[in-house]
Structure formats: C-alpha cells, structure tokens
Design a protein around this ligand. Structure first.
Ligand code: IPE
Ligand code: IPE
Ligand code: MG
Length: 239
C-alpha cells in the first residue's frame, strides 16, 4: 500500500482522534485501562509509519479537556500512559529525527508529567523529520480563548491591539508554526470532532474508520492517506 501513495501529494499534516479503546477492551472482557494500554502500541506503530512515509506533521489527541470527567482511576491511568510513552520512546524519537511537542493546557497537568513532556520536547528540539504533537488536556475552545486572552494582554501591555488576520491569529494557537491539518482521522466510527483543532480544521478532509484505536496500524494510516489522495479538495473554490 505504501508504494501506491503519491509522495509528492502527501497531506502536510495529519491529525488523529484516537477513539475506541474502551469498546476494544469491553469486547475482550478487559478493563478500559487495558484498552488504553493497548492503544499505546498503535501510537508507536502509527508514528513509525508516518516517519517512514516522510510525513511532515502528525498530531494525536491523547487526552481532552473533557476527559477529566472520567473516573479518577482512568484519568490517572491515561496520564500515566503518556508519561510512560515519553520515558520509553524519547530515544527512539531522537534516533528517527522526530521532533516532539505537546499541545493543551499543560500547566494543569501533574508536575511530573509536565516535566516529562518538557524533557522530550527539549531532547528532540533539533530533530528535523516528522513533527509529532501530542494533545494532552487539550480543548480547542479553551485554546482559542487562551489565544484571545494573550492578544488582550499584549494589547494592554503595548497600548494598542496587535495586528491580526487569520494567519497571525493562528500564531497565538498552540499549533503555531504547523500547517493546518489536511487530513483528520477518527477511529471507532464516531462522527464527532469532540473539540479538537476547530480553528485549524476549517478546510480539513475528514476520514473515519470503524477500526478501534488499539487495532489501528500503519496500514490504516496509509489507507486514510490513499483515500485523501483520491478526493478532490475545493476549499470553497470551483470543482
Ligand atoms: C479513546 O478511547 C481514548 C481517550 C479518549 C482518552 P475511549 O476511552 O474514548 O474509548 P471508547 O470511546 O469508550 O470506546
Ligand atoms: C476524544 O474522544 C478525545 C480523545 C481521543 C482524547 P472521546 O471518546 O473522549 O470523545 P467523545 O466523548 O466521544 O466526544
Ligand atoms: Mg471515546
């Protein structure tokens, strides 16, 4: 399948809503937490596939600002899995020239996780291959509000509002410097955007699959990219 992909027309940025861990676990008589643990292997495989293909940017939704509503044990397990991923994968990211960044309200996370995110960001800052962004405690509306607050604070400091247009506004978002996602994948068949990259996905192609996240592998990423390449994008222009 890799050979069928047109490398000259890759999406510049692929985003993924990793969904269905709970249902995957329930179908096997496992706990939801075991489902999340299985999902980490899908992240590893997908990141490797993205790097192998030569993608510029991959952003994955690991923990939403709404996910705090889950039982405390599940919340703790999800955040712990992010920390473990960082401890286990940082050397591998560096070896594969993958630059890591975290997006979301990171200051509200447990301090050891903040430190882990900071260490991996720092360790990979000179990498120039794939940019892997992991969204943790991320909510797009909060991100937009935070951007407006920073603009207002700057206006107050400088005595005038900064010049703004859509591109400049994007520089106040946590995805600053990344192209908008060309392709957004959601697993498990759900058709919701769940407060992910609302501003950034204005012209994004959506692709959903019934596959549950713990079953998602490189071949599924490639299938999504092939589907993307078969579509005719318009962005409001003529067909
Ligand atoms: C995705 O799987 C992981 C996170 C949202 C953190 P879910 O836990 O949402 O799994 P389902 O949707 O209940 O199957
Ligand atoms: C979206 O999945 C958030 C992440 C994948 C981290 P959810 O399962 O939490 O979203 P809803 O509840 O279906 O909107
Ligand atoms: Mg879900």
């Amino acid at each position: 399948m890799l050979a069928e992909i047109d490398r000259t027309r890759l999406p510049r940025h692929v985003a993924a809503i990793m969904d269905g861990n709970g249902r995957w676990a329930a179908a096997r008589g496992l706990t939801r937490i075991e489902g999340h643990a299985a999902g980490v292997e899908s992240v590893r495989d997908t990141v490797e596939g993205a790097a192998r293909l030569g993608l510029g940017a991959l952003t994955v939704f690991a923990f939403s600002s709404e996910n705090w509503r889950r039982p405390p044990g599940e919340v703790a397990a999800l955040l712990e899995l992010v920390g473990r991923y960082l401890r286990q994968e940082t050397d591998n990211l560096v070896a594969n020239d993958i630059r890591f960044r975290a997006i979301g309200r990171l200051g509200e996370l447990p301090t050891d996780l903040q430190a882990g995110l900071g260490r991996t960001t720092e360790a990979t800052k000179a990498c120039r291959g794939l940019t892997l962004s992991v969204a943790v405690n991320y909510g797009s509306r909060a991100e937009i509000v935070d951007a407006v607050r920073r603009i207002a604070a700057r206006a107050a400091r400088e005595g005038k509002a900064p010049e703004l247009d859509e591109r400049r506004f994007g520089e106040y978002l946590t995805t600053s410097g990344l192209p908008d996602p060309d392709l957004l994948i959601r697993t498990s068949g759900e058709m919701r955007v769940s407060n992910f990259l609302l501003f950034q996905s204005a012209h994004t192609e959506f692709w959903t699959t019934l596959t549950l996240w713990p079953d998602f592998r490189q071949r599924d990423l490639y299938e999504a990219i092939l589907a993307y390449q078969r579509r005719g994008r318009r962005s409001g222009g003529p067909g």
